[in-house]
Design a protein around this ligand. Structure first.
Ligand SMILES: CCCCCCCCCCCCC/C=C/[C@@H](O)[C@H](COP(=O)(O)O)NC(=O)CCCCCCCCCCCCCCC
Length: 217
């Protein structure tokens, strides 16, 4: 039977794992191109979950597009790594530091939103990896969200997110959408992916802290 979803739209955890592996340079810089690719892979997953998640996917896609635009733009060479982006945008006053101004679509503030979401992902995937067969994905997702991203979101977004989480598929179906194989194989691959995601997160967190950019408006 013909598959209605073509291969390049189909989510595969391996693709995300590979992207986050490629993110790290030898001297622990983070390649923006692969960071964006990792997010693109994750969005494919979100899109398989149905239209209730559309408002989340739409926001993430908008942010990815801003970064891709910068990467492919005339100053693209300044955006090779997150480190070079921070240096370039800060050095050229391209970031709004205290209140929203002319630089609402800076790479730094845009990436910060995804960076905060990456912490949610790390917490969620770790819960998924260590959960029992009857673990509830909606609870894992909500707990991870409340521990991370929720504090940056207004009430109305938290409410909408909470409602969407209740519609997540159960653990088994969730693991199957990852297209890796048996549950044990998915769990093993998560065990490989989470430390990489965590490392990318930590490097970015330290960099943003050093530049006082953890609260960009
Ligand atoms: C698997 C279930 C997916 C649940 C996703 C959990 C995260 C919930 C986030 C709710 C965000 C709602 C949309 C709007 C957000 C914006 O207000 C807000 C602030 O932006 P602004 O400063 O430009 O106004 N934006 C954000 O915080 C960025 C949110 C980006 C969320 C990306 C979530 C991607 C989830 C990918 C799922 C992958 C599942 C993992 C499987 C291996």
């Amino acid at each position: 039977m013909a598959d209605t979803v073509s291969d390049d739209q189909k989510f595969c955890l391996k693709e995300v794992l590979d992207a986050f592996r490629l993110c790290l340079s030898e001297n622990r810089e983070v390649y923006l191109q692969h960071y964006v690719a990792g997010w693109r892979g994750l969005i494919k997953f979100l899109n398989t979950l149905g239209s209730v998640f559309g408002f989340i996917s739409k926001d993430a896609v908008t942010k990815i597009q801003i970064l891709v635009h910068l990467l492919n733009g005339e100053n693209g060479s300044q955006y090779v790594t997150i480190q070079s982006m921070v240096k370039y945008e800060q050095g050229n006053e391209l970031v709004d530091l205290t209140k929203r101004g002319n630089n609402q679509e800076s790479g730094c503030r845009t990436l910060l939103r995804l960076h905060r979401a990456l912490r949610w992902l790390e917490l969620f995937l770790d819960r998924l990896r260590t959960s029992s067969e009857d673990g509830k994905t909606s609870v894992m997702c909500a707990d991870a969200y409340n521990e991370s991203l929720a504090k940056y979101h207004p009430w109305v977004i938290r409410k909408a997110a909470g409602m969407a989480f209740c519609l997540l598929p159960g653990r088994q179906a969730f693991l199957e959408i990852m297209n890796v194989g048996s549950s044990e194989q998915v769990v093993a691959m998560l065990g490989e992916a989470i430390p990489l995601i965590s490392e990318v997160y930590q490097i970015t967190e330290v960099l943003y802290a050093q530049h006082n950019m953890l609260d960009l408006p």
